[in-house]
Design a protein around this ligand. Structure first.
Ligand code: PEP
Ligand code: MG
Length: 545
């Protein structure tokens, strides 16, 4: 037996035969030609074939993994028309009088290297996209696209050096048990696609994988721990088959709770909502039977974009979420960038201590044009569902007053433009700084609800940087200081007739469910896959005892 360890992208255990996925090797030779026009025409034909194929891939991705994830193939289609890319190919053919294949291959490599050398993480990742489209053009210059067949009948574990997003989407999901790649990062498009396809997956196990695995080998993938066991021994096989059964049992048991109320034994009800990062997480929200969305991290719209998302783009995304939730509550948090969430086009300067720095509402209040664009999109979308808006990183009543004033102005502006809006949009703030919790008696009468961001509240209360593994041991998430701040905030918002939720990771910690219920927390918002687990904990709680 051999063990390979990488990063688990999606949990689950898969046991089966391995199929090694090899990219079709394309040998490009430099050949002198005289008919340059003929070569250029071959390029045009190969490009239009590539576009047709990418449109088919886009449609498949749209159905299987949602619009945001499918967008990468739209980018590929656009790249095929990129002026600089095409000019470079044509000029190599003209000036060097060489074959189309050579011109595409050299251009592809030059552009990929240029992207790879950029500082911006997003642009760096575009290098793989360039290589992907160059390979596609080359395949079409040869004999058209042939996707490697995964398997004829059996489901298999795919092992590959890396998988391009287009290859991942084209894998026949019915035939894939899991996939393991030698390279790749947790946040690559391919990893995101795997999560959305619900396939156990591991990335980054290292080059050695491909030297050791052969078609037909037996493997067990543990997507939870990020381990692949090649030709496993009896003991490992037994251990993982127990783990697999337990995982399946847990999922089955939890599934029985779908459609059931979030109610304690003694009759207290609570809302269990879900946290999302984008429109394509809605499927998971509905499948897991969440009662609403307690946190839509809107910054992902900005993080996924190359430039400021326009009012129209944001409006469409928010409207889609609201319509899909069909009248259930949707709380969208305004832009929360800075610290670990950096967006290059904002041009923010480097900071010594970014967690304590220029982030979230601080950026919005100093760049009102960005804030107003988002608020306009939000209020316009409010007409299509049950919207609540919340603001991150609040520390003072002065900030909240400014926010409320801007919200009033935006509403008045839209009213003047005769744009329909919902009459009531609840406004809330995140309690994620000790200051906000301590002055919660003053903040409460100014808003409709509080939502506790325990991830940040913990780091600021305990002075433990949430990004720093060295201080993890000092970070007691159950610290009495944090729990007291939540309880105090709950009392204050209830006094003024509002409600309180928790949307940080602690909301899913079922060892605290009873504590939160006793504090009078009205809503817990968790990752979609934890909704049923928290429902189970609520239904086992008896507050009369
Ligand atoms: C939090 O801080 O708990 C929270 C929900 O916000 P984020 O994790 O996005 O900072
Ligand atoms: Mg936070």
């Amino acid at each position: 037996m051999e063990k390979f360890t990488g990063k688990g992208v999606y949990g689950g255990i898969a046991d089966g035969e391995i199929a090694v996925f090899k990219k079709q090797e394309i040998q490009v030779r430099r050949q002198g030609i005289s008919d340059t026009e003929g070569e250029k025409q071959r390029i045009e034909i190969a490009k239009s074939l590539s576009k047709e194929q990418l449109r088919v891939i886009y449609e498949k991705a749209l159905k299987e993994v949602g619009e945001t994830n499918a967008a990468v193939f739209e980018i590929h289609i656009m790249m095929l028309d990129d002026e600089d890319f095409n000019e470079s190919i044509m000029s190599i053919i003209d000036t060097q009088k060489v074959n189309a294949e050579y011109a595409v291959s050299v251009t592809g490599e030059n552009f990929a290297e240029m992207f790879a050398s950029m500082d911006d993480a997003y642009m760096k990742e575009r290098a793989d996209d360039i290589r992907d489209i160059s390979r596609r053009i080359l395949r079409n210059l040869a004999d058209g696209e042939q996707m490697s067949k995964v398997s004829d009948d059996e489901k298999v574990i795919i092992c590959a050096s890396d998988l391009a997003p287009s290859e991942t989407v084209l894998l026949d999901k019915e035939k894939v048990l899991a996939f393991v790649t030698a390279h790749g990062s947790l946040n690559s498009h391919t990893a995101i696609l795997a999560r959305n396809m619900n396939i156990p997956a591991i990335v980054g196990v290292g080059e050695e994988l491909l030297l050791k695995v052969k078609n037909g080998d037996r493997g067990i993938v543990d997507g939870f721990s990020g381990e692949l066991f090649l030709n496993p021994d009896k003991k490992t096989e037994e251990r993982l088959s127990v783990k697999k059964r337990e995982d399946e049992e847990k999922k089955k048991l939890l599934n029985k709770l779908r459609g059931k109320e979030n109610i304690t034994i003694d009759g207290k009800k609570i809302n269990i909502y879900a946290n999302i990062g984008g429109v394509d997480n809605i499927g998971a929200v509905l499948v897991n039977d969440a009662g609403g969305i307690g946190l839509f991290r809107s910054e992902f719209l900005y993080l996924e974009s190359n430039d400021y998302p326009t009012e129209e783009q944001q409006f469409k995304a928010y409207r889609k979420v609201l319509e899909s939730m069909a009248g259930k509550k949707v709380i969208i948090r305004t832009l929360d960038i800075g610290a670990d969430k950096q967006v290059s086009y904002f041009g923010l300067s480097k900071e010594e201590n970014p967690a304590m720095g220029f982030r979230a509402i601080r950026i919005c209040l100093t760049r009102p044009e960005v804030f107003r664009t988002q608020l306009r999109a939000l209020y316009r979308a409010s007409y299509y569902g049950n919207l609540g808006i919340m603001f991150p990183m609040i520390t003072s009543t002065d900030e909240l007053s400014q926010i409320l004033e801007i919200c009033g102005e935006v509403r008045a502006e839209l009213k003047k433009e005769k744009i329909p809006m919902s009459k009531k949009v609840e406004l809330g703030i995140m309690i994620e700084t000790p200051a906000a919790a301590i002055i919660s008696d003053k903040l409460a009468p100014m808003c409709d609800f509080f939502s506790v961001g325990t991830n940040d509240l913990t780091q600021y209360t305990l002075a433990c940087d949430r990004q720093n593994p060295l201080v993890e041991q000092f970070c007691d998430t159950h610290h009495e200081g944090i729990l007291r701040l939540i309880e105090f905030s709950a009392k204050n918002i209830h006094k003024s007739g509002g409600w309180i939720g928790i949307c940080g990771e602690l909301a899913a910690d079922t060892s605290l469910t009873e504590t939160f219920l006793r504090m009078g927390v009205d809503e817990l918002s968790v990752s979609p896959t934890y909704v049923l687990k928290v429902r189970e904990a609520v239904r086992k709680t008896d507050l009369s005892k």
